[in-house]
Design a protein around this ligand. Structure first.
Ligand code: HEM
Length: 173
């Protein structure tokens, strides 16, 4: 039961400083052309490519039966990353480890392939929209950082701390 004499503490993500930082991040991304419409098209186009990829397509097909909710989730994820929108709550590390442990190899080769497709999609879309190359690069840098941490997490679960630099060989944008 909530006690009115002890109001709920302000959630961290709703703190005025957090709100201001989030608004600033979003405004900067939008000014560079990385707005919600760009993110939506990027996600749609990237997963269209993924689904027909000879290596990655079958992995996704094994785990995702219903694509529209996955795409909606991925758009919220990328808005959280690029606009700091704090609207995504999930557990990517746990989900990818589970995919790997269920028998779909998620190692350096697979993450490198994922990244190359992501970079190419993002660069092509940015060029079509007349965005600065630096804007696409920033998006791609974020993808690489996340891929690195997912790969490192999976490798560390499997091989212990000797795998701590697992992502070093991933392609750079
Ligand atoms: C080898 C590369 C990758 C493969 C094969 C892969 C595959 C998958 C699959 C099958 C799922 C659905 C899991 C489930 O719902 O049970 C998933 C979810 C997801 N993936 Fe990936 N992924 C890869 C790399 C990445 C990277 C690099 C990112 C981010 C930059 C990413 C972001 C996500 C997110 C945010 C989710 C949703 C997690 C959640 O619901 O908590 N994935 N991925």
């Amino acid at each position: 039961m909530s006690d009115p004499s002890h109001p709920e503490p302000l959630r961290k993500q709703n703190h005025p400083r957090a709100l201001a930082a989030r608004a600033k991040r979003r405004a900067e991304a939008e000014a560079a052309g990385v707005d919600a419409a760009f993110i939506s098209d990027l996600v749609e186009r990237f997963y269209e490519g993924i689904r027909t990829d000879a290596v990655l397509g079958p992995i996704f097909a094994r785990h995702i039966a219903d694509w529209p909710p996955h795409l909606a989730r991925m758009k919220a994820f990328w808005r959280s990353i690029l606009h700091n929108s704090a609207e995504f709550s999930g557990n990517p590390m746990q989900r990818h480890a589970a995919v790997h442990e269920a028998g779909s190899e998620l190692g350096e080769a697979e993450f490198a392939r994922w990244l190359r497709l992501f970079y190419a999609t993002c660069e092509a879309l940015a060029a079509e929209r007349g965005l600065d190359r630096a804007a696409a690069r920033q998006v791609n840098e974020r993808a690489r950082m996340i891929a690195d941490s997912l790969l490192t997490g999976i490798a560390t679960r499997e091989h212990g701390l000797t795998a701590a630099r697992a992502g070093d060989g991933l392609p750079k944008p």
